[in-house]
Design a protein around this ligand. Structure first.
Ligand code: AKG
Length: 298
């Protein structure tokens, strides 16, 4: 068997979704996860949070590599979750999620990170002199480093698929982005200042549970502000190109070492997502804008 027997949709986006992605640097796709998948992933994350909290010694709070990157009463940010629970592994290898990531990458993906936020309204929030919220905008890739164009479409070497497991209304802290910033290399603070001066440049995820935000890490993005009483739960997977031997059987990233039993548990066609298959391996896949979305069911 090879990774070609991993059936994931290609193209994974409609032409309109693809156009939106190119113009704004992100797209929100509804109904990526089924109700059962939402419930299973949500339960797994809540259990992981409880199990980590139950470990009294903060130094030993690690479960199958997962750990709290933030441990505050209103905010738990759990890192390195890919091996923590089969439901979480199922999310990061979900055919539609991988298909969307690979469409933006322009070829095979490699899993670089997986994490989750469980958060509620913060006790305080930075509000600007204009009385509007400020955000921790950041990006993991400078624009024009690690991106390329084929068939007129934008591709990025580092992408994320972030799926909300709870409904996100306007007050529920959906991720915010500076629209189009993936193509603007004019200094992050200058871009953010421009967006604060014209809030229509800041787009926020407002979407039912099970929706996915697909974006290039060159896009300025941040956690949104929760002003409601609702808890927000999101699961995130970061994917990169398979250009480099990210990992062979053992990783040197302390927070993301893959256990041999875990690798064994991954069906062979999915292993390329976790383990480099060779020294330099770049499998390209490019669509035309006009190509319809694949009907392949996950
Ligand atoms: O919490 C969020 O909505 C955004 C998460 C984020 O900033 C990230 O994945 O880098």
């Amino acid at each position: 068997m090879s990774e070609s027997s991993f059936q994931r949709p290609f193209p994974a986006l409609t032409p309109s979704q693809r156009y939106h992605l190119d113009v704004f640097g992100y797209v929100v796709v509804h109904e990526v996860l089924t109700r059962d998948e939402i419930g299973g992933t949500l339960d797994a994350l809540q259990k992981l949070k409880r199990d980590l909290q139950a470990i009294k010694d903060p130094e030993r709070r690690v479960i199958r590599h997962a750990y709290f990157q933030t441990d505050q009463p209103h905010h738990h940010y759990i890192g390195a979750i890919s091996q923590a629970d089969p439901a979480i592994t199922a999310y990061i290898t979900h055919p539609r999620v991988v298909g969307m990531a690979e469409e933006l990458i322009g070829g095979n993906a490699h899993i670089l990170e997986a994490n989750a936020h469980i958060n509620r309204r913060a006790p305080s929030w930075d509000m600007g002199e204009d009385g509007e919220p400020r955000y921790g905008f950041h990006r993991g890739l400078p624009p024009y480093e690690g991106n390329h164009f084929r068939k007129g479409l934008y591709h990025s070497s580092f992408v994320k698929v972030l799926t909300n497991l709870t409904d996100l209304g306007p007050d529920d802290g959906g991720t915010v982005v500076v629209a189009g910033s993936h193509k603007i290399d004019a200094g992050d603070q200058a871009i953010v200042n421009a967006a604060y001066a014209d809030r229509s440049l800041i787009h926020q995820v407002i979407a039912p549970a099970g929706s996915s935000l697909l974006f290039s890490e060159a896009l300025l993005h941040a956690t949104g502000r929760i002003s409601s009483d609702k808890e927000r739960v999101i699961v995130i997977c970061g994917y990169g190109r398979t250009w480099f031997p990210w990992k062979f059987m053992e990783s040197h990233r302390p927070d993301f070492e893959l256990e041999p039993e875990f690798i064994e548990s991954i069906p062979e066609p999915l292993r390329y997502l976790f383990v480099s298959q060779g020294y330099i391996q770049r499998i390209e896949r490019y669509r035309d804008l006009n190509d319809p979305m694949s009907e392949l069911e996950s």
